[in-house]
Design a protein around this ligand. Structure first.
Ligand SMILES: Nc1nc2c(c(=O)[nH]1)N[C@H]1C(S)=C(S)[C@@H](COP(=O)(O)O)O[C@H]1N2
Ligand SMILES: [Mo]
Length: 517
């Protein structure tokens, strides 16, 4: 083992000390203020979309894990370089630490929820890391002075192997302590802010205008067919949050401001004085490809947005409501859509429970007929009444359409297997055109005629509808392609034009290939 290796190890331990101290200190501030979290969030915000999609295509929802692993690798390499570069008179390694420490401070202060205190973990962490580096160099230098080398030789002279072992032991202990402090800090920090216990105690208000009990005919209960109601645990989840925001209802408030006569701020307790509604609404992600599953139907409990907005008195020339989340995400919804009488709401309940944390606890928006990216802001804290020519929301800045009405679409859920027995084959799925409703679904086998499918009961024009079609599959007829298409309540049939999800939602008929034995 040479000094070189001791220096590399020393740099890495200094890096661990930086991260560990920052994580430990963050217990008193916020788990999101640490270099790992803040820089990670910065990277997420600044990753080009094409690259992000490519990565998600490769690793799926492990993208966040991959992010932390890659950041870890980069941090180790940088720390090792700093260890190698550090000299008693030329503290290049310390300078490198200071530069990255500063970047971590800037990343932390740039977070939407940041206070000035968010600078502290990175500053103290970096200072501790630099102390370790300096102390390492001093130890190595002392060994040299202990020997008889002339100053000119000192940089090339090596410490003895016993001395190096001693330094390595010190590094191992320091490194282990840093990792322990860091892990403990993270766990305690996350626990102390975890709102799941609080959430479990929330008493939901009773809606005065409840959705009538769901017509049992809405669910055909066919094998392989998606249930009419999506349970909270099966509901798709899409957001840019690196860790799920933990917002206590006692700290939460909703500010309605911008082009209004009087700005208002509502606390969670203020909501209790209002009248809630409960509605069946199907939420859809604009990134849902034809046949995809980024869609779910739930019973939402909340407060009418038109009433809340009216109370603030929007100016007649305003046309957009820019909703903002505690994590900085924004969505731009047409003011006219939120106030045209549909059941757009500030939701606090989902399927009879308080909103799950990942779905926006304590409050989020749900707007029938608009894709999630332009309407369904989770952990919502602000509604800014503004104009489309003045404000741009999160995804619009990244090339997605400013307006996102949901397109009429359908999906084939069953049959799923490719090889099927001849005779009766039930083809079934769901169709949606939120706020227009579904008038019909048709099925076509190969180049045959479009034939009407039967529709399940539709308790709401804002939610999806199940459909089914019984096909008498001819024996031994080989491979067939099955197509489906929906017609909405305005009489418009979904387009057969195939379009990708960018910029405003995928289109085209869903299809399925089967082989009849
Ligand atoms: N704060 C926040 N809210 C958000 C998002 C987000 O990234 N951050 N994503 C939106 C998108 S793109 C969709 S499709 C819906 C998904 O809601 P869900 O996760 O409850 O299904 O949330 C919307 N609300
Ligand atoms: Mo979405």
């Amino acid at each position: 083992m040479a000094d070189r290796e001791v220096r590399i190890a020393g740099g890495i331990v200094a890096g661990l000390v930086t991260l560990g101290v920052a994580e430990a200190v963050s217990v008193l501030i916020s788990p999101d203020s640490t270099p790992l979290q803040a820089v990670g969030a910065w990277v997420v915000d600044h990753t080009p979309d094409g690259f992000r999609e490519w990565v998600i295509g490769l690793v799926g929802t492990n993208d966040k894990l991959l992010l932390f692993v890659s950041m870890g690798v980069v941090a180790v390499v940088l720390a090792a370089v700093a260890g190698l570069a550090e000299r008693e008179r030329r503290p290049l390694g310390s300078i490198l630490f200071a530069v990255f420490g500063l970047l971590a401070v800037l990343a932390a202060l740039g977070r939407p929820a940041a206070a000035w205190t968010w600078a502290i973990p990175a500053i103290l962490g970096t200072a501790a890391g630099i102390l370790v580096l300096r102390s390492l160099i001093r130890r190595l230098a002392e060994f040299r002075e202990g020997g008889d080398e002339t100053p000119a030789e000192s940089d090339s002279t090596e410490a003895s192997s016993t001395q190096r072992r001693q330094v390595m032991r010190w590094l191992a202990v320091t490194g282990a302590a840093a990792v322990a402090a860091g892990v403990a800090g993270r766990i305690i920090g996350l626990r102390s802010r975890d709102v799941s216990a609080e959430r479990a105690d929330v008493q939901l208000p009773t809606p005065t205008s409840a959705e009538p009990p769901i017509d049992p005919g809405a669910d055909l209960k066919l094998p392989g067919l998606t249930p009419y109601l999506t349970s909270n645990s099966d509901f798709y989840r899409i957001d840019t949050a690196l860790t799920v925001p933990q917002v206590s209802k006692d700290d939460w408030s909703l500010r309605i401001h911008g082009m209004v006569d009087h700005e208002i701020r509502l606390s969670y307790a203020d909501l209790a004085a209002r009248t809630p509604i409960e509605r069946l609404i199907t939420l859809t992600c604009v990134s849902n490809p034809v046949g995809g599953d980024l869609i779910g139907n739930a019973r939402w409990l909340g407060y009418r947005l038109d009433e809340l907005i009216a109370q603030a008195g929007p100016h007649p020339d305003a046309d957009m409501v820019l909703s903002r989340s505690i994590d900085g995400f924004t969505a731009g919804s047409p003011l006219a859509v939120l106030t045209d009488g549909r059941d757009a709401m500030l939701a606090v309940g989902m399927n009879g429970e308080p909103l799950p944390t990942a779905h926006g606890y304590p409050a989020r928006l749900v707007v029938p007929g608009l894709y999630g990216y332009v309407s369904a802001t989770k952990w919502v804290t602000e509604l800014e009444i503004t104009r489309f020519d003045r404000a741009e929301a999160f995804w619009t800045k990244r090339g997605w359409s400013a307006r996102g009405p949901i397109k009429t679409e359908c999906r084939i859920d069953t049959p799923r297997g490719r090889g099927l027995a001849p005779g009766k084959v039930t083809i079934a799925g769901v169709a949606w055109a939120q706020h227009r409703g579904i008038r019909g679904v048709e099925v076509r086998i190969d180049q045959g005629d479009w034939q009407p499918a039967r529709l399940a009961a539709a308790p709401s024009i804002d939610s999806w509808v199940q459909w089914a079609f019984d096909w008498d599959a001819p024996a031994g007829s080989g491979v067939h392609t099955v197509w489906a298409r929906a017609t909405d309540g305005t009489g418009e049939t979904q387009t057969d034009q195939q379009q990708d999800v960018v910029p405003d939602g995928a289109t085209g008929y869903p299809s399925l290939t089967v082989r009849i034995g």
